[in-house]
Design a protein around this ligand. Structure first.
Ligand code: SF4
Length: 254
């Protein structure tokens, strides 16, 4: 519909943005077509989106963080390496006792800001509840023995939870592969996530050298795993990976 102009009166000027005529659904007086709908602003005090999955019911159910886009905040990188991280290290209350093991490591915090981290709990993802009975690999045999069917994961009462641990390990590998992960930082001594030591299977607090089921599977597929006490070491590996991925473009993310 056109705009009628009364004789002797000036034609209306183009409506300023935000005027009634420029509102969504109204014909624009100059261009003669509908202006696009406005994107509603976030209400003051409304929560912003945090890390995907953080505090969500979906995370508690699956142990997965959902979609956490790789944001190249800060330096421009040839390739942004993503890092799989034990969810309990990032403050998620997913441990067997319902607690978290939050890491206050500065490097981990910086990576989190950069959007590199993929929080993941293999045991929750494998179908185990929170809280749940503590479990250990029998005889402290290590994750590789569980993957090979040579050892089970048992609770103190003798319940066999091997299937859930294997399912969680494969889900972790799938999540890592989906994001091209080549590096993981996992909670030390866990029957899933341990990388240097695991409990000895006697439920008395004893530890033996070895790794957890998820760690063993990730290692078999070429993913480097570091415990929470070796994050600086993981940082060096990260630099190597990013330099190799972008030769001649020497930009250090850390
Ligand atoms: S150590 Fe691994 S399996 Fe255990 S609660 Fe943390 S993320 Fe989950």
């Amino acid at each position: 519909m056109g705009i009628s102009v009364l004789p002797g009166r000036p034609a209306p000027r183009a409506a300023a943005s935000g005027s009634r005529l420029a509102r969504p659904g109204h014909l624009h007086p100059v261009r003669g077509r509908r202006s696009p709908p406005r994107v509603p602003a976030r209400a003051p005090g409304a929560p912003s989106r945090g890390l995907p999955g953080s505090g969500s019911r979906a995370f508690a159910r699956t142990g997965r963080s959902g979609r956490e886009p790789a944001r190249a905040a800060g330096p421009k990188l040839g390739r942004v390496e993503r890092i799989l991280v034990s969810a309990c290290l990032m403050g998620r209350r997913v441990r067997y006792d319902g607690a978290a093991k939050t890491s206050d490591d500065a490097l981990l915090a910086a990576w989190r800001k950069e959007g590199r981290l993929i929080p993941f709990c293999p045991e929750v993802s494998g179908g185990l509840p929170v809280p749940r009975p503590a479990a250990e690999i029998e005889g402290g045999a290590g994750g590789a023995a569980v993957l090979d069917g040579a050892a089970r994961v048992l609770t103190a009462a003798g319940a066999d939870v091997t299937g859930a641990f294997l399912a969680g390990a494969h889900a972790a590998l799938e999540a890592a592969r989906a994001s091209g992960v080549r590096l993981a930082i996992l909670k030390e001594a866990s029957p899933s996530c341990g990388s240097l030591v695991v409990h000895d299977g006697a439920f008395g607090g004893g530890r033996v050298p070895g790794d957890g089921v998820t760690t063993a599977l990730l290692l078999r597929h070429g993913i480097a795993v570091f415990g929470e006490d070796r994050i600086a070491e993981a940082g060096l590996r990260l630099r190597e990976l990013e330099r190799a991925a972008a030769p001649g473009e020497r930009r250090d993310p850390v």
